[in-house]
Design a protein. Structure first.
Length: 227
């Protein structure tokens, strides 16, 4: 069972992305200014950047607002948005160019104009890739679980390497159980990382407060509602 689950994960995380995609775009709130994105770069509202669930970092995409035909070209440097129906999260300056800041959300068409390999370099196919250390080894065990109580959702990932690194860092840093929930958003499998297994919401809330500086967007998960 463990080998089967691991193979299934790898197959799904290497699916190619179609050249065009339609859906809703949102943009970063001002509170994210200066925060580190998944690529390691700092978010700056005046840069034409964006978050996408699967495209390699460095990929350039043209986004067209269907309501007014305004377009902008942005570079992917972050992961998200993990909200059903949304396909891209734009920097505020990119949203301004598409003229939907006041509305908050826009129906858009997204088209790849320059595919990246995770380092900003051009590649022939927009498949998902990322850099890993040459001797990066992990002991990897997977088992189904049926947790009860409450946990704290820390983040969502699509790449296997990011998920494994992050989960290992959390387990080492906080000495808490790490649970991974597998779910589909817009047909794409996303792996959410939940930390802790608390008997009450109050204890989970207390733990979340300790994480505020490092994970300001963490929130409480009621495991009973995931079944």
């Amino acid at each position: 069972m463990r080998n089967y689950l691991l193979v299934l994960f790898i197959l799904n995380s290497s699916l190619a992305f179609s050249q065009n995609q339609e859906g809703k775009a949102s943009y970063y709130a001002d509170k994210f200014e200066g925060r580190t994105t998944a690529s390691g770069e700092k978010y700056r509202h005046n840069k034409l950047t964006a978050a996408h669930k699967t495209l390699p970092f460095g990929t350039k995409v043209k986004v067209t607002n269907k309501a007014n035909s305004a377009t902008v070209i942005v570079t992917i440097n972050d992961r998200g948005p993990f909200v059903e129906g949304r396909i891209i999260d734009l920097s505020k300056s990119a949203a301004q160019q598409l003229d939907f800041v006041n509305k908050g959300i826009a129906d858009v068409i997204m088209e790849i104009v320059d595919a990246g390999d995770g380092k900003g370099k051009t590649i022939s196919q927009p498949t998902e890739q990322m850099a890993v250390e040459e001797k990066e080894l992990y002991e990897f065990e997977v088992s189904r679980t049926n947790p009860k109580g409450f946990g704290v959702q820390i983040g969502s990932y699509q790449e296997l390497a990011n998920l494994v690194r992050f989960s290992e860092n959390l387990r080492t840093s906080y000495r808490k159980e790490v649970t991974v929930q597998v779910k589909a958003i817009n047909g794409i499998k996303v792996y959410t990382v939940i930390l802790g297994d608390f008997p009450s919401r109050q204890k989970a809330e207390s733990f979340k407060e300790d994480l505020t500086n490092r994970f300001p967007d963490a929130f409480i998960i009621d495991f009973s509602k995931l079944k």
